[in-house]
Design a protein around this ligand. Sequence first.
Ligand SMILES: [Mn+2]
Length: 247
Amino acid sequence: MERKPLIAISISRELGPDNVYRDFLRSPYLHAVVQAGGIPVMLPNIPESAEALLRCDGLLLTGGGDFSPSSYGADDAGTHLKGVSADRDQTEISLVRTALSHNMPVFGICRGVQAIAVAGQGSLVQDISRVYPDSLIHHNQTQARSEATHPVSVAAASQLQAITEQTALRVNSFHHQALEQIPAGWQVSAQAEDGIIEAIEYPGYAWGIGVQWHPEDLVDSQEEARRLFAAFVSAARHYREEEDGNV
Ligand SMILES: [Mn+2]
């Protein structure tokens, strides 16, 4: 019987009212992985998760609070950072670097694409409204999460275009930060009309894509979101077959 790929998923960390940390995840990520044929495995924000990752077949980096500016060598610009967790920052940086050093497929969503940037010596726009004050696009929509509210243009001949079979997509948007400097070797594969980077990919690598929107909230309503998760889980299956073949 064919073994379903194990998809490692990074999760949030917040301090509870009893002063004890909770590590947790919004469930649509689980649904999105399962409907694509993968088995989700949540990795807590502890150093041992990098070791656990290597028993899995793909890495999904999820949304959440802001990275500490110090994690990408910047000063706090005083832009009301939200939900910063040093443990999560460190865990995700380690997960990204571990996955990439093993040729494991990596899929970053929202904070997750920012994790790819931070782990690769890139940097972030700390607050979109300060850097793009004239933008008419609301990257922090008030509509339902399952509603796509702004268009992005997809780069010609990109993997993202091949997977979604589209030159433009409508996406949902819940971010006040964005990518500034992307890692060496990666390229921009989608942009919003105001110039905000909405997706990146890693040409020549097994499978590396990051998106600033939330396809996990769109899989029940948008074919392109389902295609993204299907392509990622398929790459994870391929990764496992290659690993097993090398034993
Ligand atoms: Mn956006």
